[in-house]
Design a binder for this molecule. Structure first.
Ligand code: C2E
Ligand code: MG
Ligand code: MG
Length: 738
């Protein structure tokens, strides 16, 4: 099967955890929508609608207020009408009682019987008769409050406070007689009538208000509530499923205000849904990119690579199994470029590597960035690229053949490459990539800038390492570890000035010898990789400090310093400053009696942290030495910044100094460099008198090596030191004796 770059870019399902809430539900059909949507205002809606009730309440109040006002304005008029009726009844009753036959203006025209009937049977309760000159002729019945004094009082009336009686004046014209009569009339009915008028008016008001309100409610329901409910339903649908709101076409005329508002709202809801869909789809694309692509190089990432790999590997048929190369690549010392030149340069180089790989390989290749400075490639093998090694070689060449140009500077980049082949080295994509990684680690271990093919032996090596780690853990618990001490001497005075503590592991077994000696060169790297170096290093430190203290107190070895090797991992994985401070205090050793040897690899880690740690250690008073100096590459530029006391020339230069000019020159340069920076310099691996003479000539300060002594168990070291006569020549004599 051939994988095209299009396929590589094609969408894969985004992992569900990444998608989270972004899952898009299946759309419903528009028919479903329509059937759900005819949700207009029913009577129940109207009567339960708060808005209807509020409007109705105010309307009711308004009508009631209006009616009350009308009532208040009318009530007086109605009362006057009623009183006018009473007056008229009184007039009609009185007029017949006044006899036309009496002409004497001083005699009463009413007969006593007539008046008596009048008072008994009509509303007239009292009556006073005056002649035209307003002279009082006669009074009948109940006394009256109204008394006529002159013409002005003819228009007066009087009504008692309780409204029971009403006193009026009838003139001659009213009665058809030449008299003026005042009458006290029973008006108690007027109040009753007035009350029932008010009652009726109120009832009518209520009925009217109720009717008007109902009509209005129905109108509101139709004209306002229905559209509002429809709009509310639309908005609710939009808030429930903003991305796919179930809204039906509006039945309301868009030419009126409410209908047009609904049309606008529906348009907004649809726009909103479209926007959400667009944003989601963009987010999905982005998530997909983030989940499957490396943002820096644009290449597929490890997840994507593994998927592609499994797709490729699955695609083969039983008849025709295609073979694939799987290549893992790691840029050598990329961290240095990043640390020293900055991330911009590092990033540009990574992008450049990605580009070069893509261009150098056929379209059928998948190139991916699988880690910070790691890339992986897979492609089907063919006649041109016949083996995984061919692919690895091509990759290695495109990286190192030409430097990378960044900001007009050329950077020579090298890489380590591990290759594995499907199906030869595994049929499971994870396994094949893992095997390519194992091969890559092998390439790195073997000095980098090289290709390694996966071999099953590697697996065995890995297994052995795991076993070693398990055994080492036990060794630490079961006190199988010891320290040997190798003397360090002042080259000019011949005095023993210190010792280096070197760890030893005697691993008991069932062999004839009862165990095997395992070299620190073998187990220290495993301990470093696993983090076990931290407890081991702490044990070493405590033990070495204890011994150095005992040398002073028990053996009179006043000025014999102890040097302890410290791994870079101890710097990054533990608070070494705190530990050293506590240990010195606990043991009672002066700080100047302890020296820490670090290799240049500590400078490859977080440089600021390293500077800070070294400064803190130095502040405690402990001495600091750079071990194996000259084998690293990064320290020179930093040397000045570090509070270092001593450079330790790597033993390889000493070993070869006598027969290799370059190594002699390096050793010489290190001595001068150290002195120019006011540092002491110690040479290790001094095995012969010739080595010693060379170092004496170059002005080296201190020495350590088999010429003087191998690393010794502590008792032997004490014996060696206390019996040493202080002259370097003694070692020649010893050799001669041997
Ligand atoms: P190193 O710190 O550079 O130690 C010097 C190594 O050179 C020691 O090897 C020592 O035995 C050996 N040596 C000393 N003089 C001579 C000589 O004249 N000729 C030759 N050929 N070799 C000489 P060793 O003890 O096997 O230790 C190897 C490395 O293991 C050490 O190198 C150090 O890096 C590491 N190591 C040893 N002990 C410890 C420890 O306690 N902690 C840590 N982190 N590393 C340790
Ligand atoms: Mg050392
Ligand atoms: Mg060394």
């Amino acid at each position: 099967m051939i994988v095209s770059s299009d396929q590589l870019n094609s969408r894969r399902p985004v992992p569900s955890d990444l998608m989270g809430t972004l899952t898009i539900e299946k759309k419903r059909t528009s028919k479903e929508d329509a059937s759900k949507s005819t949700l207009l205002a029913s009577p129940a809606h109207i009567w339960s609608s708060r808005i209807s009730w509020t409007i109705a309440f105010y309307l009711f109040l308004l009508i009631a207020l209006f009616q009350t006002l009308v009532l208040i304005l009318n009530i007086d008029k109605v009362e006057q009408q009623k009183l006018a009726q009473v007056r008229e009844i009184g007039r009609a009753a009185i007029a017949p009682v006044l006899s036309a036959s009496v002409t004497d203006m001083l005699t009463s025209p009413a007969s006593n019987e007539g008046v008596q009937r009048l008072l008994n049977n009509t509303i007239v309760r009292g009556m006073t008769i005056y002649n035209n000159q307003l002279d009082l002729i006669k009074s009948y019945g109940e006394p009256m409050a109204l008394v006529l004094m002159d013409q002005n009082s003819l228009g007066k009336t009087f009504r008692t406070a309780n409204g029971d009686s009403y006193e009026v004046v009838y003139r001659g014209g009213d009665l058809g007689r030449p008299y003026v009569v005042t009458a006290k009339l029973d008006s108690s009915k007027v109040a009753d009538e007035l009350n029932s008028f008010i009652r009726e008016t109120i009832i009518v008001t209520f009925i009217l208000s109720g009717l008007a309100t109902s009509v209005l409610m129905i109108a509101i329901g139709k004209l306002l509530l229905e559209p509002i409910l429809f709009m509310r339903e639309n908005l609710m649908a939009a808030s429930r499923e903003p991305e796919d709101p179930k809204i039906s076409p509006s039945p309301f005329d868009p030419r009126n205000e409410i209908g047009s508002a609904i049309a606008i709202a529906q348009k907004l809801i649809r726009q909103n849904a479209d926007n959400i869909k667009r944003i989601k789809s963009a987010a999905e694309d982005k998530i997909h990119k983030l989940a499957y692509y490396d943002t820096l190089t644009g290449l597929p990432n490890r997840t994507s690579f593994l998927q592609t790999l499994s797709e490729c590997l699955r695609a083969g048929t039983d008849n025709e199994i295609r073979r694939y190369a799987v290549v893992a690549l790691d840029l050598d010392h990329f961290k240095d470029i990043n640390d020293s030149m900055g991330h911009n340069v590092g990033d540009a180089i990574l992008r450049g590597v990605g580009r070069r790989l893509r261009m150098a390989l056929p379209d059928t290749a998948t190139v991916s960035r699988t880690g910070e400075d790691e890339f992986a490639v897979t492609l089907p093998l063919n006649t041109d690229l016949n083996t995984a090694r061919d692919v690895g070689a091509r990759i290695l060449n495109v990286i190192r053949n030409e430097p990378f140009k960044v900001f007009n500077e050329a950077f020579q980049v090298r890489a380590s490459v591990g290759v594995a082949t499907f199906p030869d080295d595994g049929v499971d994509p994870d396994q094949v990539l893992k095997n390519a990684d194992i091969a890559l680690n092998r390439a790195k271990e073997e000095g980098r800038d090289t290709i390694k093919e996966y071999s099953e032996d590697f697996d065995r090596v890995v297994q052995q390492r795991f076993q070693l780690l398990r055994d080492l853990r036990d060794a630490l618990e079961q006190d199988q570890l010891t320290l040997h001490y190798q003397p360090q001497l002042d080259l000019k005075t011949g005095k023993i000035i210190g010792s280096e503590a070197l760890i030893r592991w005697w691993k008991p077994d069932n062999s004839k010898q009862g165990g095997t000696y395992i070299s620190p060169g073998e187990f220290i790297p495993v301990a470093e990789q696993s983090g076990l170096i931290v407890p081991i290093g702490e044990w070493v430190m405590r033990e070495a400090c204890k011994q150095a203290r005992l040398w002073q107190t028990e053996h009179g070895m006043k000025d014999v310093r102890v040097a302890v090797n410290v791994s870079a991992a101890q710097f990054s994985q533990s608070d070494i400053v705190d530990f050293v401070r506590k240990t010195l205090k606990e043991v009672g050793l002066e700080a100047r009696m302890l020296e820490l040897e670090v290799t240049e690899s500590v400078f490859m880690a977080d440089i600021n942290h390293t500077i800070q740690t070294l400064q803190n250690l130095h502040a405690l008073g402990v001495e600091l030495a750079i071990d194996d100096f000259g084998t690293g590459y990064s320290s020179l530029s930093y040397l000045r910044q570090f509070p270092i006391d001593r450079l330790k020339i790597d033993q390889s230069f000493i070993r070869n100094a006598l027969n290799n000019q370059d190594d002699a020159a390096i050793a010489r340069t290190i001595v001068r460099l150290a002195h120019s920076l006011s540092l002491k310099v110690i040479a290790e691996g001094v095995e012969t008198r010739e080595h010693e003479l060379f170092l004496l000539e170059e002005g080296c300060d201190e020495v350590q090596g088999y010429r003087y002594s191998k690393p010794l168990p502590v008792a032997d070291f004490v014996k060696f030191t206390t019996s040493y006569d202080g002259t370097l020549d003694s070692f020649d004599r010893k050799m001669a004796r041997a």
